[in-house]
Design a protein around this ligand. Structure first.
Ligand SMILES: [Zn+2]
Length: 289
């Protein structure tokens, strides 16, 4: 899932080759949350390659995957997933139905994994999945989702970023299972890898990964400064803070922006920099600590 506002209208080809090791097959499920759709990747150079993510399980995906396999001239060795949100795991069962009993590896998550009729092979931080021409090293990068793994493609020093860094829009920190403090740590871990390219789950390839991660970190820091300034200006409710911080944006975006401001306040609370009265974070009265 990613932020809706700038994603609609982005179109990408169904199948494309982004590097000698990376063929992308787009699960065309355009929506507010997936933009043009979910990118799925064939990774490697051999006869059988790794399929990274599977889209959300719409019928239109299988012909696109078939086209990508034909273009790459390969079959599927196994499936690895970035995380258990529906638009990444949802297509796995159909791929297995069509191509046989493939191993599906991800970081386990009881609630996310449970709805899908797929046996999960657990992997976690530092685990490596190999195929001809490609070595994928998993990095646990929570924040958008607790089970989120990015994968470093060692041969290119590139990163498959899942939903942590996107080709369009900004990552949503969901109120359920999301955590902005974890997310910022995950961005720092990704930055420390000094990636060349980033292959995101939504939107086009990012050729300068380092610059994009820096931009993501700076964007969040700037937003945090604006929220702290609003608190100093005696605004204490999220709707009022949003009205000030997002004054330049269309009012239609103010509702979804509440969740974003809320994720910032929860991060600041964990850091001991703000406090709230009231249990429900969205309705609470927030103040500087
Ligand atoms: Zn997601």
């Amino acid at each position: 899932m990613s932020a809706p506002q700038v994603l609609l209208g982005t179109t990408l080809p169904d199948v494309d080759v982004w590097s000698p090791r990376v063929t992308v097959a787009l699960g065309q499920n355009p929506s507010l949350f997936t933009g043009p759709g979910t990118n799925t990747y064939l990774v490697g150079t051999g006869r059988d390659r790794i399929l990274l993510d599977t889209g959300q399980g719409i019928p239109a995906y299988l012909p696109v995957l078939a086209q990508a396999l034909e273009r790459a001239g390969c079959g599927i060795q196994e499936i690895v997933l970035t995380h258990g949100h529906f638009d990444h795991i949802g297509g796995a069962a159909a791929v297995i139905d069509r191509y046989g009993a493939l191993r599906v590896s991800k970081r386990p998550h009881t609630k996310f994994d449970e709805p899908w009729p797929v046996a999960i092979t657990p992997i976690g931080d530092g685990d490596v999945v190999r195929t001809d021409g490609a070595t994928l090293r998993a990095m646990h990068t929570p924040g958008h989702a607790e089970d989120h793994l990015c994968y470093v493609l060692e041969e290119e020093r590139a990163i498959f970023s899942g939903d942590n860094v996107l080709g369009v829009g900004t990552t949503v920190i969901p109120s359920e299972g999301g955590d902005l403090l974890d997310y910022m740590s995950s961005l720092e871990r990704m930055r420390a890898e000094e990636p060349t390219a980033i292959y995101p789950a939504h939107g086009p390839v990012i050729r300068d990964g380092r610059a994009k991660i820096r931009e993501y970190i700076e964007h969040r820091i700037q937003r945090e400064q604006e929220i702290l300034a609003a608190l100093r200006a005696d605004l204490h409710g999220i709707p009022e803070i949003v009205a000030r911080v997002y004054a330049a944006y269309p009012v239609a975006l103010h509702m979804p922006a509440r969740a974003s401001v809320c994720s910032h306040l929860l991060k600041l609370e964990r850091e001991g920099r703000v406090r709230r009265s009231g249990d429900a974070p969205l309705e609470a009265h927030w103040a500087l600590a």
